[in-house]
Design a protein around this ligand. Sequence first.
Ligand code: F0G
Length: 446
Amino acid sequence: MTDRAYQKCINPGCRAEFDCGEALFKCPACGELLDIRYNWDKIKVPGKLNEFAKRWGTRDNRLDFSGVWRFRELLSYCDDEHKVTIGEGQTILQQNDAVARYVDMGAGCLHLQYEGLNPSGSFKDNGMTAAFSHAKMVGATSSACASTGNTSASVALYAHSCGVKCTVFIGSGRIAFGKLSQAMDYGAQTIQILGDFDDCMRQVQAVCTKLGLYLLNSLNPFRLEGQKAIMYRIIEGLGWDVPDWIVVPGGNLGNSSAFGKAFSELKELGLIERIPRLAIINATGAETLNDLVNNKKLRWNEGNVEQAIIDDYYADLTARNFSPHTCASAIEISRPVNLKKCLRAIDVCDGVVRAVTDEEIVDAKAIIGKYGLGCEPASAATIAGLRHLRAEGLIGADQRVACVLTGHALKDPDVTVNYHKKKQGEFSNAPVEAPNDLDALIKLIR
Ligand code: F0G
């Protein structure tokens, strides 16, 4: 156990505190989300961010090799002996002028943070290394999650790497095949519920409460601590400078919440001078955040979020029997569990929210595939969203922008193949049928 960190309820009317030795996923006193808070005076945080770079030289130490634990003083809730790592966070920030042209940005301004390069192929590994370390710290032996796919793949990989059992709940027919294949291959008990992600999320909380399983969704505050490292690595990739904007897809809103927390802590510690702005991009088929923020004007309001607006919105979804639909299945979520923390991040980062159509997403994905390292549909929502923000003039052509590409291109081959073979978009690149004949083949080469 540690006196360096504790858990604290985000509800200003409650503010209950709990030891990090407890495995909680909601405040037992009021049911709100929990944060991890630090007693910074008890932690030796480097005085400058670039001191973390020294750990590149000691990469034979497993913690220095990890792109999360390399920054361990900034998530100091657990002793080294419990830390679980499989080498996550070896991801890159790529400056990409071709994609910049597509969104009408200047040369040298657009950066793509490739989280698909993680061991399970998505950003989730940043969170799982942190959550499984906590799971080991509290002696958990069985775990569970609900997932649109990537969480389940990451949980399955980490669970077996540290000897914890896992069960993953996914919505039947709602998961991309790359992700489903990972969960099965990595040995997770995979339960397909006749319902969508929001149904899975509700059920997994009940199952975890009844059976005492360790919950690995982003309700788990320790998971979000690991996801802060994505921001540290972007800053590192920019020579320890902050960009003007971070653009991220919004699903269950764990990333956006974690990013806001990362920046407010860095500012509080005096490690950065300014906080970048945050743009969170929904798909129009799953645009709860966009609706609540832009239409219903829901705000953080120092923690006094108007619950009635959320309750009315969800009651209407229920009355309409609404289920979200988008080709970006990773973010096909209508009741995001981290909504309030995300509102806080929007407040801290002067954030904005936009929604983009599936057509915009698949075109942007094709551009990233053609000129970058490729990504899955949800990740491409960032570039589609950035295009809107450029057209509106909210983001300047010469501002420095980092888009978080959250998942690998091979996660969802169906969307990619259909886009190209069925000529669904402007950048479709369909394969050519040809006879098994040399002359005919030579004529076809362009
Ligand atoms: N991008 C990808 C590739 C994802 O898998 C997810 C979420 C998101 C974006 C949204 O991130 O929830 O932090 O806003 N996937 C979850 C899952 C829900 O179950 O794999 P968020």
